[in-house]
Design a protein around this ligand. Structure first.
Ligand SMILES: Nc1nc2c(c(=O)[nH]1)N[C@H]1C(S)=C(S)[C@@H](COP(=O)(O)OP(=O)(O)OC[C@H]3O[C@@H](n4cnc5c(=O)[nH]c(N)nc54)[C@H](O)[C@@H]3O)O[C@H]1N2
Ligand SMILES: Nc1nc2c(c(=O)[nH]1)N[C@H]1C(S)=C(S)[C@@H](COP(=O)(O)OP(=O)(O)OC[C@H]3O[C@@H](n4cnc5c(=O)[nH]c(N)nc54)[C@H](O)[C@@H]3O)O[C@H]1N2
Ligand SMILES: [Mo]
Length: 576
């Protein structure tokens, strides 16, 4: 039976078997994904693809399309060419195109639209960002799900959470929150303070892990003093958490193997790195690192333990704030920056002023429609690849299933361009072999070989866990509605289903079906109101992928990690 793996940007990285009709199905023998696929994959074949290459709106052959690109690249100075790759497909051969642009000496992007702020915080505290695999989470007795929504974004994790003490910290009453032993319906951006208070009370109660701290962590006394700089009553009021909830949470995890699963939600703010450091610090106070079934797990770094054979670009500019208008040629691969980057008005303006815009992707979207040259890609069933994951340590081979005449694969683009420009590139099979060599098989599943069985059981890179030594603890009261912009269960960012409404609590003061104008310092948009009783009354929820949502978000970088900060602005809302 033919097998492959899903390359969508998701924690799951499902293994797929192809049924007799050539359709993807879940693999029942797989220990993590257990035969189920998500709505996106179950309907994967139904989304209309870009059928043919297009140059200035006119259909052209693939050869003409690539010649137009080559001509532009020959006429441009390398530093006037931008290579922008998104995460439409996160498999490893995507980087073969960057390999060409690296030899060409183009400009690339650094930082992230995604998890960069949180990742930076984790790296400061513990060096490498290791995740807890589902198999490791299975050993936990208590699980804290913090700013993460597995029903939408990591559904294969759910069976691993059964029969555990469950705590959810989320401003939305997610499906998991309904089942939880404790749901802290925190006010958005309250997580830093909650984490500091949890550490403080754990130490006051004496439930911290003295032995572990002595052996593995920096100065916990100093960190305790830092947590004492937080005013208790005023802070609890400001983040809408009660002292009782803090006590409940500590007693629910007391003495239990505890896994804290942190999602993107807590770090869509400029201080996102600080938030993750504070949550990590609480994990350290409780002695959760390096033990079976315990730890703090954020979106991981899927490249840890994978050696890439491709050259990477040396000169980079920050991805969330890149100014397209500076370039004579912009090559967009697997991304929809006109919808998904923050500050859409700025992005659209600057993209429209770029010299020559190339979109290399599967589907029509805001970016394809604004591009001069559109190159359809092959989908993952039509090419060979490998993928690692940020939710576990698998490294899976993705074998080509179908022949297709629609698009062109990433390796084929790289091959053609490297040949034209005389740059070195190995054969496709040699690259696949390079990845194959890094995978080890256990019980029918292939994993990255260089990952420790229990993360941090050998300690930390810096020798010890590093506590934060200062925090910006000021909590300003904000006017307007807090924007929550999370992932939709039936879409993947701007791929597949795209929502159009803005969601409010029924008592927030807006009638269902009415149109409202939402405004932030970045811009304003009109949307229809829909109700969602799971929300707080002070929040408006607009899913990622909703057209125009990012008109409302700022082109700012997180203080650390060069990350976009989608929830930094609050919104003014007026009925039309
Ligand atoms: N179906 C589906 N799956 C996906 C994706 C998709 O678009 N659709 N996208 C993929 C990608 S790119 C990523 S990065 C991952 C991310 O997946 P997750 O880590 O689950 O991230 P989000 O869905 O952005 O947000 C998760 C939760 O954070 C909560 N939240 C928002 N603000 C705050 C806050 O201030 N504090 C706290 N405590 N919680 C808050 C939201 O209410 C939401 O329930 O999912 C991946 N998986
Ligand atoms: N408001 C708001 N904005 C957000 C977020 C949010 O939560 N809220 N989340 C942010 C996050 S976490 C992320 S990761 C980004 C994601 O943003 P992007 O990386 O821009 O991802 P998508 O919107 O999914 O667009 C991916 C495109 O990739 C193309 N594609 C798919 N498969 C392939 C392939 O095999 N080859 C090629 N060449 N192309 C392919 C498809 O045509 C698709 O349109 O969005 C960010 N923007
Ligand atoms: Mo993401």
């Amino acid at each position: 039976m033919k097998t492959t793996a899903c390359p969508l940007d998701c924690y799951d990285a499902c293994r797929i078997v192809i049924d007799e009709n050539g359709m993807p199905k879940g693999d029942k023998t797989h220990p993590i994904t257990r035969g189920y696929l998500c709505p996106n994959l179950n309907h994967y074949g139904e989304y209309p693809r870009i059928p043919a290459p297009r140059l200035h709106g006119r259909e052209v052959s693939m050869d003409e399309a690539l010649r137009a690109l080559e001509k532009r690249l020959e006429e441009s100075k390398p530093r006037e060419v931008l290579y922008y790759r998104g995460s439409g497909n996160v498999a490893l051969m995507q980087r073969s195109v960057e390999h060409f642009f690296a030899y060409y000496d183009a400009v690339g992007t650094s930082g992230s639209l995604c998890d960069g702020a949180g990742a930076a915080g984790i790296e400061t505290g513990r060096g490498r960002n290791y995740v807890l695999s589902p198999q490791m989470i299975a050993h936990a007795e208590a699980v804290v799900v913090w700013g993460r929504n597995p029903h939408a974004t990591h559904s294969h994790l759910l069976p691993f959470l059964n029969a555990k003490t469950l705590i959810v910290i989320d401003p939305v009453e997610t499906e998991l929150a309904r089942k939880a032993d404790l749901h802290i319906k925190i006010k958005p951006r309250g997580d830093l303070h909650l984490a500091l208070l949890l550490s403080r009370f754990a130490i006051i109660e004496g439930s911290h892990d003295r032995e572990w701290l002595e052996e593995h962590a920096g100065d916990v006394e100093e960190f305790y003093e830092l947590t004492q700089s937080i005013r208790i009553k005023a802070t609890l009021d400001a983040i809408d958490v009660s002292l009782g909830q803090i006590g409940d949470m500590l007693s629910l995890i007391q003495g239990k193997r505890t896994a804290i699963l942190v999602g993107a939600g807590v770090q869509k703010y400029r201080n996102g790195a600080e938030v993750l450091r504070a949550i990590d610090a609480f994990g350290a106070v409780m002695g959760l690192f390096g033990k079976e079934g315990c730890g703090v797990s954020f979106l991981g770094d899927s490249s840890v333990g994978v050696d890439s054979p491709f050259r990477s670009i040396a000169k980079k500019v920050s991805k969330p704030t890149v100014d397209f208008s500076k370039y004579n040629c912009v090559f967009v691969q697997g991304a929809n920056p006109l919808a998904q980057m923050p500050d859409s008005n700025r992005v659209r303006q600057s993209f429209s002023q770029a010299g020559f815009r190339v979109y290399f992707g599967l589907y029509e979207n805001e970016t394809s429609r604004a591009s001069d040259l559109v190159i359809p890609a092959k989908n993952f069933l039509e090419k060979n690849d490998f993928r690692s994951s940020y939710g576990d340590y698998t490294l899976q081979e993705m074998r080509k299933i179908h022949q297709s005449d629609i698009g062109i694969g990433e390796y084929e683009v790289a091959r053609r361009l490297c040949d034209t420009f005389g740059f070195p590139l190995l054969g496709e099979e040699e690259y696949l072999e390079h990845f194959r060599d890094q995978a080890i098989e256990r019980e029918g599943v292939t994993y990255r070989s260089s990952i420790p069985d229990i993360p941090y059981s050998e300690g930390f890179e810096e020798g010890e866990f590093v506590f934060p030594d200062e925090v910006e603890a000021r909590l300003e009261e904000r006017e307007g509605f807090h924007l929550i912009t999370p992932k939709h269960p039936k879409g993947l960012n701007s791929q597949f289903y795209r929502e159009s409404a803005a969601f409010f609590h029924p008592d927030a003061g807006f009638e269902e079906g009415r149109r409202v104008r939402l405004s932030s310092p970045s811009g304003s948009v009109e949307m229809e109101v829909a109700w969602d009783g799971r929300l707080r009354k002070d929040c408006v929820l607009i899913y990622s992928g909703t057209p125009d949502v990012n008109v409302l978000t700022p082109a700012w970088l997180s203080y650390e990690g060069e990350c976009a900060v989608y929830q930094e602005h609050t919104l003014k809302v007026e009925t039309l």
